[in-house]
Design a binder for this molecule. Structure first.
Ligand SMILES: [Zn+2]
Length: 135
């Protein structure tokens, strides 16, 4: 992916375009595997695991990357989140499926009415099993 474009994405969110951030951002944008930090480290072994965690934390802070929890392996999975979407987790295979055909307006409106808060963010994880496996 074009390094200038990656740099712009980071700068738009107020982050300096360090080499690690560029590398991790590109990795997550080009891998739709919802990896854990360890999985990323396996592919990018010249970056230390600690640096990967720190860099991911920064990217999560500015909402470029989302954390997916609740997978039955108990680990945090990471995902490029420049284009918001939600996740469906197959609880049997632990597969994480991307889905964006959902309008969250009703939910966000209800949350605002219930709490009086300005809703700034949301995260939805839906769980399921293959009907073939659910006997
Ligand atoms: Zn995703």
């Amino acid at each position: 992916m074009d390094a200038d474009k990656l740099r712009q994405i980071l700068q738009k969110r107020g982050l300096k375009a360090t080499q690690q951030r560029l590398t991790l951002l590109e990795y997550l944008m080009t891998h739709e595997t919802h990896p854990t930090a360890e999985m990323i480290h396996k592919d990018l072994s010249d970056i230390s695991l600690a640096t990967i965690y720190n860099t991911l934390e920064k990217l999560v802070e500015v909402k470029l990357v989302a954390i997916i929890e609740g997978v039955s392996d108990g680990k945090r999975h990471y995902d490029y989140f420049g284009d918001p979407h939600y996740h469906i987790i197959n609880t049997k295979t632990e597969e994480i499926i991307d889905a964006d055909n959902f309008d969250p307006t009703v939910l966000l409106q209800a949350a605002r009415e219930a709490s009086g808060l300005n809703i700034t963010d949301y995260r939805i994880e839906v769980y399921g099993v293959d009907p073939k496996d659910a006997k």
